[in-house]
Design a protein around this ligand. Sequence first.
Ligand code: FES
Length: 104
Amino acid sequence: MGYFKKIAQKSEIAEGKVKSIETKFIRIGLVNLGGEIFAFEDLCTHDGEIISGGKLEGDVITCPRHFAKFNVRDGKVLCMPATSPLPTLKVRVAGEDVEVELED
Ligand code: FES
């Protein structure tokens, strides 16, 4: 069973940028798309690059290493060389608090 953990304040997540948060077990990328927050595992599925260092254009992020592209809403691969989707996390916003669902 997963559980929700507060990892950021909504005001810290600017539109057009990725906020990267390192928790004990996982590095998480957060984006703000028109006021809606999305979260994904901040590691490229191609070769483990920290993907938040790449370019975010709308809802598409490009890995800075070999330029795979992913949709940050659902993690879908849009461009090789990655073939596996970026794992996404469920987000819950409670007032200013941004919580993501982590696994036990
Ligand atoms: S590590 Fe991201 S595309 Fe290769």
